[in-house]
Design a protein around this ligand. Structure first.
Ligand code: ASP
Ligand code: MG
Length: 258
C-alpha cells in the first residue's frame, strides 16, 4: 500500500483534478490511499470568511461562501457528469448551506464565534475536495471510496491547532482502511480530524502533509508520496532571493540540506 497526497495547486481546477486521477491510475497496482488538500486557495478564503463572520459581517461571509460553492461546482462539473454530478452537487449544496446556517445563527443570536466553529469553517475545503476527488476518480474508471477523515483521525480538542492522538488513530486506520482498500481506492481529506466527542478539528496550516504521514504510518505504507504542482526546484527561495535557476536534478541529501 502507498499513500499519495496532493496539495491544493494540484486540485485547483477540473483539468488539474483530471491529471491527478491519471497519476493515481498509474499507481493502482500499489494500492494507493489518496489524501487531498483543499482545492487551490480555498482554505485562505474560508479563513477570510471566518474573519468576516467573527466581525459580525455575515453578509460578506455569505458572499465568500457562495463564491466558493460556485467554484467547487464549476470545477467538479468538468470531471463528473450525469447522476453522479447531481448527487455530488446535492452534497456540496447541503454542506455549504449547513455552514451558512451555522454562521447566521451564531451572529443572529449574538453568540461567540468559537475556535470550534472556526474549524467547522476551515475544514470545509478538505471535506468537499475529497468528495469531489472521489467522484472524479470514479468517473475516470477507478473504483473509489470517500472516507470522512473525521471517522479515523482522532485528535485532542485544541481547535485550529489540534494534535493527533497517534496510537488511537493508528488503530482506527489499521482497522478501517485495509478492508476498504481491498477492492477500492480510498480518498480522504487531509488537515482535518475530530475529537473523541465528534467535534471537527484541524491540524494547523499545511496540515495535510501530516495527515498523509499519519495515514502512511497507520497502514504501514511502503511509501508516502507528497505531490505538489510546481515548475521544479529552484536553487534558492524566490520569495527571499531573485536570480535563482531551476535545478536539473537533485539528490535527496541535497534537497534535505536546502
Ligand atoms: N488546506 C490546508 C491549508 O491550506 C491544509 C493543507 O493544504 O495542507 O493550510
Ligand atoms: Mg503544503
Amino acid at each position: 500500500m502507498i499513500v499519495m497526497k496532493f496539495g491544493g495547486s494540484s486540485l485547483e481546477s477540473g483539468e488539474a483534478i483530471h491529471r491527478v486521477t491519471q497519476i493515481v491510475k498509474s499507481e493502482l497496482a500499489r494500492k494507493p490511499v489518496v489524501v487531498v488538500s483543499a482545492m487551490g486557495k480555498t482554505t485562505n478564503r474560508l479563513l477570510d470568511l471566518a474573519a468576516e463572520a467573527e466581525r459580525g459581517h455575515s453578509y460578506f461571509a455569505w458572499q465568500i461562501l457562495k463564491e466558493l460553492q460556485e467554484y467547487h461546482l464549476e470545477e467538479a462539473s468538468k470531471v463528473v457528469s450525469g447522476g453522479a454530478l447531481d448527487s455530488l452537487g446535492d452534497s456540496l449544496h447541503r454542506q455549504f448551506t449547513q455552514l451558512c446556517r451555522l454562521i447566521f445563527e451564531t451572529s443572529d443570536d449574538g453568540k461567540e464565534f468559537t475556535p470550534a466553529l472556526k474549524d467547522e469553517v476551515a475544514s470545509l475545503g478538505e471535506r468537499v475536495s475529497s468528495e469531489i476527488m472521489a467522484a472524479a476518480m470514479q468517473a475516470a474508471g477507478i473504483n473509489s471510496f470517500h472516507l470522512d477523515s473525521r471517522k479515523v483521525i482522532l485528535t485532542d480538542d485544541k481547535h485550529t491547532q489540534a494534535t493527533p492522538q497517534y496510537w488511537e488513530t493508528y488503530a482506527k486506520l489499521r482497522r478501517v482502511i485495509p478492508v476498504l482498500a481491498a477492492d477500492r481506492t480510498v480518498v480522504m481529506g487531509g488537515f482535518i480530524g475530530a475529537t473523541a466527542s465528534g467535534a471537527t478539528t484541524t491540524l494547523g496550516r499545511g496540515g495535510s502533509d501530516l495527515s498523509a504521514s499519519i495515514v502512511g504510518a497507520g497502514v504501514s505504507a511502503e511509501e508516502i508520496q507528497i505531490w505538489t504542482d510546481v515548475d521544479g526546484m529552484l536553487s534558492c527561495d524566490p520569495r527571499v532571493l531573485q536570480g535563482g535557476y531551476r535545478l536539473k536534478c537533485l539528490s535527496y541529501d541535497e534537497a534535505t540540506a536546502m
